[in-house]
Design a protein. Structure first.
Length: 145
């Protein structure tokens, strides 16, 4: 019955739980050989963004432009049956309800600073060289099921 700290703990829960979920997805998204997606995911990307190159440019631009720390996100919205690219500030701000994260781009400085210092766009572009598109495709298939 003591709710004086409810606001504080709700914010902490949203931040920490979202951090855990997004990092877990991020680590499974990596370790591939880069390249381009294939199959249904490739078709959906082309249909939604015009081409893989346009998709990659948009996700890189969105990821590079996140204010302070956060994420670039490719997600699937089941209600609209569409792919979406979103900026996520911190771990939970500026999201769309119901979006299922498929591909995460971590743009917190801890993800890239040791190698890239303040060159976030270079880090984001090089991240595409290690995307595990099979993992992203599996997440897409699961989200659509």
């Amino acid at each position: 019955g003591q709710f004086a700290l409810v606001k504080h703990y709700e914010k902490e829960l949203a931040y920490q739980l979202s951090s855990h979920i997004l990092h877990t997805i991020y680590w499974t998204n990596l370790g591939g050989k880069g390249g381009e997606p294939t199959g249904e995911l490739a078709k959906a990307i082309s249909a939604e963004f015009g081409s893989y190159a346009k998709f990659k440019s948009q996700l890189a631009a969105v990821s590079g432009a996140v204010e302070a720390s956060g994420w670039g996100l490719l997600g699937y919205h089941p209600s609209t049956r569409k792919l979406m690219i979103l900026q996520v500030e911190n771990h939970q701000k500026q999201t769309a309800w119901g979006v299922v994260p498929l591909l995460m781009v971590d743009v917190f400085e801890h993800a890239y600073y040791l190698k890239y210092q303040n060159r976030r766009p270079e880090y984001v572009n090089n991240l595409f060289n290690v995307v595990n598109w099979n993992n992203v495709a599996e997440r897409y298939a699961s989200a659509r099921a």
